[in-house]
Design a protein around this ligand. Structure first.
Ligand code: 3PG
Length: 215
């Protein structure tokens, strides 16, 4: 049975691995490695033909994981992802049509923003939690820090270009709930099915926020 849906994506775990998988057979061993390393919230991006089956496999086969779907950019993907067992939804951007589909899904969701006006537009629509993407390219921690003055009610999961060196700076910001990234799931490790390496990287990522200085 998949884990119940969380109330908020931002409070699930400080670091959310962003996963791109091509082979469904890798889903359960990868999910287990991430959970064993201390990263229970897993974003499976809908960027490969296998992605929905990967969501389903993790939801069914890794009970301690909370699996979500990322790169959700069309309303029909919302239903497909939730039917597959996604417990949360993440998008790199948003439109009103996509937002309504996500809202109707019944699971928590993070629409993506990269500008102040997009944040204001989401607040106007009653959405206070968002993905900040692509975080490093769109202004990084300096940008998010600047937003916390005029828009303290908005909370973010920055993602895109973040690594173990920069994640702690994001996690230290008052308007950041978690960070997303793919650094603990390197493509060569997945190809080699080196789940032990991924578990080690996950453990190091989980420890980034446990040092007391980050959150
Ligand atoms: C995402 O969809 O959040 C990003 O692709 C993850 O970004 P990264 O691969 O630069 O960590």
């Amino acid at each position: 049975m998949p884990a119940p849906s969380p109330a908020s994506v931002l409070d699930l775990a400080p670091v959310v691995p962003v996963v791109v998988l091509r082979d469904t057979a890798d889903a359960v061993p990868l999910g287990r490695a991430l959970v064993a390393g201390g990263l229970p919230a897993i974003e499976v991006t809908l960027r490969t033909p296998a992605a929905l089956d990967v969501v389903r496999a993790i939801a069914d086969g890794v009970p301690d994981a909370v699996v979500g779907a990322g790169t959700v950019i069309r309303p029909e993907q919302v239903t497909a992802a939730v039917d597959a067992g996604a417990g949360f939804l993440v998008s790199p951007g948003w439109t009103d049509v996509l937002l309504e589909a996500m809202r109707a899904s019944g699971v928590p969701f993070l629409p993506g923003v990269s500008t102040t006006s997009e944040v204001v537009a989401l607040l106007e629509r009653g959405v206070r939690e968002m993905k900040f993407f692509p975080a490093q390219a769109a202004g990084g921690t300096a940008y998010l820090k600047s937003l916390s003055g005029p828009l303290p009610q908005a909370r973010f999961c920055p993602s895109g270009g973040i690594g173990p060196d920069t994640a702690p700076e994001y996690l230290a910001l008052p308007n950041v709930g978690c960070v997303g990234g793919s650094w603990m799931v390197p493509a060569d490790a997945v190809l080699a099915r080196d789940w032990a390496r991924i578990e080690r990287l996950a453990r190091a990522a989980a420890a980034l926020s446990a040092g007391g200085t980050c959150r």
